[in-house]
Write a protein that binds this ligand. Structure first.
Ligand code: GRF
Length: 205
């Protein structure tokens, strides 16, 4: 069965949504492993409760990326669990060469804005501060640059005058929990036909 692996640093609400859609059969794939750089990540707890291997791997001495020999352990762990598609779900470190060597075009991410607007951290706050009327979320392939890869799916969220960063983030996350499982379903069913330049062509069926 098509096997995905999930990397998460935080509370894991996207992981929770993916687990739900695997359990109810919407996604026909297996979650082979969940890995975190944070031993206290809610995501590890969610994985354990769902009977999914949950592994903490030390990130090493840097704050924003994985130390090279630690990054190798991440990739080894994914391979050991038969992972074919790597899904970043709130993983707070930039991934580098070891991942791209092994999983070229097979790493995806969810970002809380309509890319290419508002790359980087707290994208919902950036959107609010900028004053846009609409923002949203994006599932995209991961490249070596941050938040730049070809876009698979997006969903739009309206910004209200009385929004706070928290209320806006909350509504964006509700959409994340819809489009991330959907993107995984599409890839696991081989409906993602090809990438033409930056454009991802999907067979809608
Ligand atoms: C999400 O907002 C996602 O867009 C970003 O990190 C957050 C992860 O949230 N990349 P959760 O841990 O899945 O709740």
């Amino acid at each position: 069965m098509f096997t995905i692996g999930i990397l998460a640093s935080g509370k894991g609400s996207n992981l929770q949504a993916i687990v739900k859609h695997v359990q109810n059969g919407f996604i026909n794939a297996k979650i082979g492993v969940v890995i975190s750089d944070n031993p206290d990540a809610g995501a590890l707890e969610i994985a354990r409760s769902a009977g999914i291997p949950a592994v903490y791997i030390e990130p090493g001495k840097y704050r924003t990326f994985l130390e090279n020999h630690q990054e190798k352990k991440y990739v080894e762990c994914l391979k050991q669990h038969g992972v074919e598609l790597v899904c970043l779900a709130g993983f707070m470190r930039v991934i580098k060469k070891n991942f791209f060597r092994e999983y070229q075009n097979r790493i995806i991410n969810i970002h809380p804005s309509l890319l290419p607007s508002f790359r980087g951290l707290e994208a919902w706050k950036q959107a609010l501060d900028y004053g846009v009327r609409f923002t949203g979320c994006t599932v995209h392939f991961v490249e070596e640059d941050i938040d730049t890869g070809p876009i698979i799916l997006q969903a739009v969220v309206a910004v209200f005058d009385d929004d706070t960063p928290e209320t806006l983030h909350q509504r964006i996350q509700e959409k994340e929990h819809v489009i991330y499982p959907l993107a995984i379903k599409i890839i696991s069913e081989n409906r993602l036909i090809r990438i033409e330049g930056r454009r991802v062509i999907i067979d809608e069926m």
